[in-house]
Design a protein around this ligand. Structure first.
Ligand code: 0L1
Ligand code: MG
Length: 252
């Protein structure tokens, strides 16, 4: 039987040292993979990081196809992963970082699942354009669904742009992610489960099934609307979302 604590320790080391680790040898169940993720996060909390929300993964076809995974997953976000909008991230902190365009929600009230679409919408305080920097700790950025869940769903860093009122309709808005001024990924928020709000409904259900209900003040990343782009030192990344504005950062 797999030693879940030892796997969490190994993934934690890989992240802290920015050094790739082999894919997991053990065939974990999905429940065990989430146990590893929880243990991994306990290590970060013990170092002083604070939980600030959750991120959804593989909520769009483009992301599923890019990574060969067809199951929706989720991961935990901490304050140590937050990057100031317009800020610079240090390339050396990552193993092989990629960036993807997202929509972020922040909640004004607790949202224990399961919830309806209307219930989820009523709990939203504000909506923003967001960029997620994902960084698999596995060699060659390859993984099975249980590997990636154990690795906190590749969570690494995220940038949130200006917050807009919750009445802003983001079900089908244009999203353009540019690298060094060149549009690289162009899509629509509708690629995220037909509407990013559906991702919030799924987040509420999945988090509460794991005993970790969404809370007032949580940030929820709805998942990449397009495939991710590999980052290189010196890159400037800019996401423009129709009706929501711009989020950007630079890789140092
Ligand atoms: O937003 C997403 O769909 C991210 C999935 C995270 C897993 C990955 O692609 O590394
Ligand atoms: Mg993502």
């Amino acid at each position: 039987m797999a030693d879940l604590q030892a796997l969490a320790e190994r993934l934690d080391e890989a992240q802290r040292l920015a050094r790739a680790t082999p894919q997991l040898e053990d065939a974990l169940s999905i429940l065990d993979a989430y146990q590893v993720q929880r243990a991994l996060l306990e290590r970060r909390y013990a170092r002083g990081e604070r939980r600030v929300g959750i991120k959804m993964g593989f909520t769009s076809r483009a992301k599923m196809v890019q990574m060969g995974v067809s199951e929706m997953i989720w991961g935990r976000l901490t304050d140590g992963m937050m990057v100031e909008e317009g800020g610079t991230v240090d390339f050396d902190r990552y193993v092989h970082p990629r960036v993807e365009p997202e929509i972020a929600f922040i909640l004004k009230r607790d949202l224990p699942g399961p919830v309806t679409l209307a219930g989820a919408a009523a709990a939203v305080e504000a909506i923003a354009p967001a960029l997620e920097i994902i960084d698999s700790r596995y060699k060659d950025f390859r993984f099975s669904v249980t590997d990636v869940v154990a690795d906190n769903s590749s969570s690494s860093s995220f940038v949130v742009g200006p917050w807009s009122t919750p009445s802003t309709n983001v079900s089908n808005v244009g999203m353009i992610m540019s690298v060094n001024g060149e549009p690289k990924q162009i899509g629509s928020s509708a690629a995220i489960l037909g509407s990013p709000l559906r991702s919030l409904v799924a987040a509420a259900r999945l988090a509460s099934e794991a005993g970790e209900s969404l809370r007032a003040g949580d940030v929820i990343l709805a998942g990449g609307a397009t495939a991710a782009e590999a980052l290189s030192p010196g890159d400037h990344i800019r996401l423009e979302v129709q009706g929501l504005g711009i989020a950007e950062f630079t890789v140092g």
